[in-house]
Design a protein around this ligand. Sequence first.
Ligand code: NAG
Ligand code: NAG
Ligand code: NAG
Ligand code: NAG
Ligand code: NAG
Ligand code: NAG
Ligand code: NAG
Ligand code: NAG
Ligand code: NAG
Length: 667
Amino acid sequence: MRPWHSALALALLCLPRAHAQVTVYGLNGAQQPLVDGTAGASQSTAAPAVAYTAVPAYNNVQLQAPPVPQPPPPTQFAVGVQQSAADVVGLSIQQQGGFYGFSIEFSVVNQVVGINATFINVAFLNLMAIVAQRAGRVVIRVGGNSQETATLVDSLPDGKAIEKDKANTTNPTQTPTLIFTPEILYMMANVSSLLPVKWYLGIPFNDTTNLRLGIAEAGEAILGDNLLGFQLGNEPDLYATHKARALTYSQQDYFNEFGTVVQAIANDAQIPTRNNLVAPSVNSGPWSPESVWDTGFVGAYSGALGALAVEHYPNDNCAAAFPDAGFGPPQDPQTVFPNYLNHTSGISVIAPYLNSTAFAQQNGKPFLMFETNTASCGGFPGISDAFGAALWAVDFGMQMAYSNFSGALLHVGGEDDTYNPFTPPPTNMSNVYQWTIGPVFYSAVVLAEAFGTSGSAQIVDLQANGDNIYTPGYAIYEQGQLSKVALFNYVTDNTGASTYTASIGFNGGTVPQQVSVKYLLAPSVAEKTNITWAGQTLSGVFQSDGRFRGDESIQTVQCDQTGGTCNIQVPAPGFALVFLTSGALAEVEPTSTATFSTTALTKTVNTATVDQSVLATSNGHSGVDRGQLDSTSKGSNAAAAGLVPGACTLAAAVLAGMLAVGITAQT
Ligand SMILES: *[C@@H]1O[C@H](CO)[C@@H](O)[C@H](O)[C@H]1NC(C)=O
Ligand SMILES: *[C@@H]1O[C@H](CO)[C@@H](O)[C@H](O)[C@H]1NC(C)=O
Ligand SMILES: *[C@@H]1O[C@H](CO)[C@@H](O)[C@H](O)[C@H]1NC(C)=O
Ligand SMILES: *[C@@H]1O[C@H](CO)[C@@H](O)[C@H](O)[C@H]1NC(C)=O
Ligand SMILES: *[C@@H]1O[C@H](CO)[C@@H](O)[C@H](O)[C@H]1NC(C)=O
Ligand SMILES: *[C@@H]1O[C@H](CO)[C@@H](O)[C@H](O)[C@H]1NC(C)=O
Ligand SMILES: *[C@@H]1O[C@H](CO)[C@@H](O)[C@H](O)[C@H]1NC(C)=O
Ligand SMILES: *[C@@H]1O[C@H](CO)[C@@H](O)[C@H](O)[C@H]1NC(C)=O
Ligand SMILES: *[C@@H]1O[C@H](CO)[C@@H](O)[C@H](O)[C@H]1NC(C)=O
């Protein structure tokens, strides 16, 4: 049993089981047929999505994969790896589990995480459980542009936990002004009582003459050890362009304002922890990180700083997202696509930070990529939500780790964004639709497995295949010993001619008898739904309850003892994570799966196990009995394991360390 199966989880489990009614609404309030999205691991989009294709998160833009590069990368090559970390030049610092976390824009926290502390989204919990099982923890930042003007109040007149007012928007990303209650913080605390989720928050920085430190006071009291720290200033180098400060706003101005808040925190008895601030979080467009270091920032505030951070997206789609804002002509996604499909991409994004990761080490601070994704201003439809983005984000994440970043947070915006690792269904359709999981979520899962739970993972870029930009590779060490090899193939070629074989050879160690391989696969880098990790999928617009579907498939490869190599095939496109020891695989292979099959507490309708085919056949009926759904839901572990009846049976199952944990809705 995992530590996060807490008493609260068990208490939730013992609630009476619901027999909720699911009413199937079509679009525009009319009852319409929901065309069969047929159950199964890798099915295409359910038909109702057509009406949502104008919404970026559910767009159906389908790009072409770039042609096979000329000359094509060699398809047979040797990869030499050292057995001992001590023999590796340029190995990274040690990485904790869960290198990729998530950055949830404050204004959508009530859509993504839950409505309040007793209404937490089950799909969200399931997704976090996937990462937590593999990484031992999940880091989530709730913040972004919307943190700057957010205000904590005791309560809101309508009883809600958060309210937004878009009318008061002044910046080009149209960030709403937020008012929220401590309930939001309790919601996070309740999530952390179910799963090992650790949080970053942001202290509003729009007005340092009239500080609002409430979030720090309440945050520390409510979240305790589950709070990692507070960001102070979100992309201060964009304040001038966002009209949040005067056009002359400088690094020195930021330095001074930061000092004001540090002093205020020091004077605030309700903020006992004073060494956990995250800064300067420059977008590093207008200001380089060095230009902030040059003010003496880190020396001056060393005692207050928990981590140094930057935020950066490799490109932006602002011209298309905000046509009237003067961004110039929109970029053509098809033209931009190849920029994400080679090893140079991640390297070039990170190059400007190499000085800073070294500087952070010298100053004893972790260096974080506090917010990133494929492209700002919503990402590119057809790129940000296609398989190429999954490969890109795995490579980018590994390159950041190799470059001595200590973590990176993939941004989750709203339905106006195409890059979301996960998007909840439109609020008014949450009884019918499920979640939409983006390709970069798979990347977070892959990194979780690549770095495991030991906290000792170190990574090196192998410059594989003569440093061919289409076939990069990395080696990962744990406890000072070789543990895994990661191999990429960015080429799309369905003839099979671009599938390569990497012959891993071992320097200073014995050749394993056999190794285990998990693949991240899709038929093309442009593929939007048929994406699998070790044979399992989360994909499909409106298709996911946050649990992998399908059977896990781990390949076993016998090594060539005579030749002294393990020969690993990597399809085009594809990614392979090679586990060189059984211990490396066991460390991240979930033995018990904490899944949450219905909304945690108050919700009476079980959306999480609703199967699209059941909904389709139920059309014309006013409702569907929950029991039927359970019995037909292929995604339901609880049903599959025969654990459905009686919530307390489930509690017993948890105690027995069995496969599924169900949380049953309260009637
Ligand atoms: C849900 O909201 C969408 C977008 O605002 C709207 O088009 C649709 O008609 C709504 N559906 C229902 C059932 O209210
Ligand atoms: C939490 O949200 C649910 C769903 O909107 C609502 O029914 C419930 O009353 C809320 N609970 C509190 C304590 O506000
Ligand atoms: C900062 O944000 C708060 C809350 O939205 C607002 O009341 C205040 O006027 C803002 N201050 C400045 C200087 O913009
Ligand atoms: C938004 O601006 C209006 C008009 O200035 C004001 O009445 C309202 O209180 C503001 N709302 C918020 C949330 O700041
Ligand atoms: C869960 O939220 C409630 C508020 O609804 C709060 O009273 C309780 O302390 C929270 N539980 C935890 C473990 O933080
Ligand atoms: C590889 O990616 C880089 C960086 O994104 C880009 O500038 C370059 O054009 C790409 N190379 C090819 C051959 O597509
Ligand atoms: C890194 O620092 C060196 C020396 O301080 C400087 O010459 C160089 O321009 C910096 N590199 C970047 C990418 O900023
Ligand atoms: C990362 O840090 C290690 C340990 O300090 C160092 O040896 C290595 O060169 C660094 N890597 C990069 C890319 O800066
Ligand atoms: C999904 O992609 C895999 C390759 O990753 C392919 O073998 C399979 O046939 C595809 N399935 C469908 C339904 O397209």
